[in-house]
Write a protein that binds this ligand. Structure first.
Ligand SMILES: Cc1cc2nc3c(=O)[nH]c(=O)nc-3n(C[C@H](O)[C@H](O)[C@H](O)COP(=O)(O)O)c2cc1C
Length: 176
């Protein structure tokens, strides 16, 4: 098996998952910006942070795959939303349907992991995006907010870390 873990991480949570997975499986892990050709890779694991529904670095990485032969593809998203909620998973999958080419979708296996956020270290662009998003979310009465929205609103300006390396177990099971 010529497998590779590629990750897209702005603040380190996806990187932590990727490095833990690499340690457990012996598969090398690389940040997406350091990946050259993916020729010859027969199992690609992509782990990426969610930014407004988009998986960081995924598009760039999939663009490096050879057109004629698709590898086995395992994709793990890392976000603030709780993947134990069916609605959270449905929302992520709907946006993945637009990011993963049809040919790969057929064989893709998806996993959803929980990340974290620390407003102290956010880039100005991300701070602004979150400020606008929270302002929009707060227009709804609190009682009508779903649990993910409430988490976003309640943690705004602070720091939370939901990273749970044990949640990699189903991914490890697919690779060992
Ligand atoms: C601007 C911005 C947009 C985000 N959008 C989403 C989102 O659409 N869904 C989600 O679950 N989490 C979202 N998050 C939370 C990140 O996915 C979370 O912080 C994740 O752990 C980041 O991964 P990284 O540390 O590997 O960069 C967003 C965070 C920021 C700063």
């Amino acid at each position: 098996m010529n497998a590779l873990i590629v990750y897209g991480s702005c603040y380190g949570t996806s990187q932590r998952y990727a490095q833990a997975l690499s340690q457990k499986t012996g598969i090398p892990a690389r940040p997406f910006r350091q990946v050259g050709s993916l020729d010859g890779v027969d199992t690609l694991v992509y782990i990426g942070g969610l930014y407004a529904g988009t998986v960081m670095g995924l598009k760039q990485t999939l663009g490096k795959l050879p057109k004629e032969k698709h590898p086995r593809f395992l994709l793990a998203t890392v976000g603030l939303g709780d993947p134990a909620r069916e609605e959270t998973v449905q929302t992520i999958r709907a946006s993945l349907a637009k990011q993963v080419p049809e040919a790969l979708q057929k064989s893709a296996v998806y996993f959803h992991l929980r990340g974290g956020i620390d407003y102290k270290v956010l880039r100005p662009k991300h701070k602004l995006m979150m400020a606008m998003f929270i302002r929009f979310l707060k227009k709804k009465p609190r009682e009508t907010m779903d649990p993910d929205t409430r988490t976003m609103v309640d943690t705004y300006g602070g720091a939370v870390d939901f990273v749970d390396l044990e949640s990699l177990a189903p991914l490890i099971a697919q690779l060992t």
